[in-house]
Design a protein around this ligand. Sequence first.
Ligand code: ATP
Ligand code: MG
Length: 604
Amino acid sequence: MSHTHDAAKDEAKNEAAKPGNNFLRTIIERDLAQQEGQPQRHFAGTPGDAAHHAAGPLDPAKIRTRFPPEPNGYLHIGHAKSICLNFGLARDYGGICHLRFDDTNPEKEEQEYVDAIKEMVSWLGWDWNQGGTSHLFYASNYFGFMYRAAEHLISAGLAYVDEQTPEEMRANRGDFSTPGVNSPFRDLGVEHHLNRFREMRDGKHPDGAMVLRAKIDMASPNINLRDPALYRIRRATHHNTGDQWCIYPMYTFAHPIEDALERISHSICTLEFEDQRPFYDWLLGHLADGGLLERPLPHQYEFGRLNLSYVVTSKRKLRQLVDEGHVAGWDDPRMPTLVGMRRRGYTPESVRAMVEATGVTKSNAWLDYSVLDGCLRSDLEGKAARAMAVLDPVQLKLTNYADIFGSMEHREPCSAPAHPHLPELGQRSFSLGPALWIEREDFMEVPSKGYHRLYPGNKARLKAGYIIECTGCEKNEAGEITAVLATIVPDTKSGTPGADAVKVKGVITWVGAHEAIAAELRLYDRLFTEAQPDAGGRDFLEVINPSSLKVVTGYLEPSLAGAAADVKVQFERHGYFVADRVDHRSDKPVFNKITGLRDNWGAK
Ligand code: ATP
Ligand code: MG
């Protein structure tokens, strides 16, 4: 009997789901311990410059973190890591986490994404409202300060307007082995650069004609310090500021300033920003020296990205999957987007447990989907109701039905607990009739070794029903099996004194044909055939799994009549399923398979 769920085994698999290491905790604990005698952070209650915060009280939040998405696409599993990390650390250390939309790039951002991001942060269980105050911010509200900061840098001789062509700039930047060459515009004087920058702002120059650059060191071994660009000309309507600006700050300039205005203490980002940290500190240090920003300043810390096996997590690639129709949309249940994962049936608890389990390290991790599935099983095992469902149906005819029950019209009531360990969930009721649906694989004309289900002459138990003895099958002209035949063994009903009189090794799940609910079942497999679809520059579209979705019509027991969208159930022996939140209707049920009862990822 292989299809009852072995919880103990699953528990062992979930060893991986123990909390992992998190070096950021060590850093925060050190910082909190060292705070005594140090200048404390003042916080005026809203983001702002040095004068604004200096006039405010000491910050009641021990730390401030932020999740800073760019609203240019849907969040994916990697973002969940960042969300849970930032909100989780704030929760654990008496801090506050801001949700900040990094909406400084006018071209790509849309309200649709802003709404979707807020919805997913809430879905994961986090709240940017703390102590009656909202900590939801938009970086575009800081454009005014950013402009002022840029003029300050120019006045201090720390920034200049460069009129080289993009090609010249690229050529003069040098590379890892060659130092860069100073721009001929670099030393034209503060007045000149201030005027030019104001002309940029006032729309006197076409897009791309010049950029504002920091004046640092064109020979720095860190290429990010070779006079990085701070502002560019771009005539584009911004969703928040409209046409007020035709110059926009670069991300590397904007991001540290956003952190500082919001009094972020720990600015946590992914590893690829490590080389940007010197510029982060350079910029904020100079703005604080100039009296524009209040100390103590935020610090940037980098951690390894989370990658999931058998999917891609770059927004650009996810968009390509949607735009080219490889999946049905951003919320396709095969997508590693949070909307997709929610629709697939993954719970916020399972996503949070997975993030916790993977820890926080200094290297980019490849996480196997099986870890996420293990977290899902741990979560649902203890709470999802059970039900019987037949996914690959063949009919079973009980040929002595009228002899046992007196008539073919009789319906014999049966019941089973909704959950084996949660009596408070009550009993499920269903009934036996003369014709049932069973799994095609539960009958073999000639049994293989160790097969204990139905074959001529063998007895097995109908789960929560009677013991039956298989007598044969019916076939069509093509030789295909159209029905399995069996007789009921009298006085063997589950829960009655006779139930144990006959010993059998096989248990058959079934649904009465007279009351079965036909349902569309969407059976998902991995989206890609390779664990790292885009490894080594491979075109990830070449390794799309052509059979990642199989749709079948199955039969469900009547306890699922009227199941609400998004309800999660364990179909006994098959796995966890969810009523599809988009397409499920009580008169036209649609269930998605979330995952099986045990790990199948390795065994394909
Ligand atoms: P993508 O590369 O998919 O477009 P992104 O980094 O550009 O993602 P943002 O909206 O800028 O997307 O990211 C918001 C936050 O989420 C950033 O702090 C970023 O570091 C973090 N983040 C993004 N992807 C991952 C990941 N795979 N693992 C951990 N954190 C991530
Ligand atoms: Mg980004």
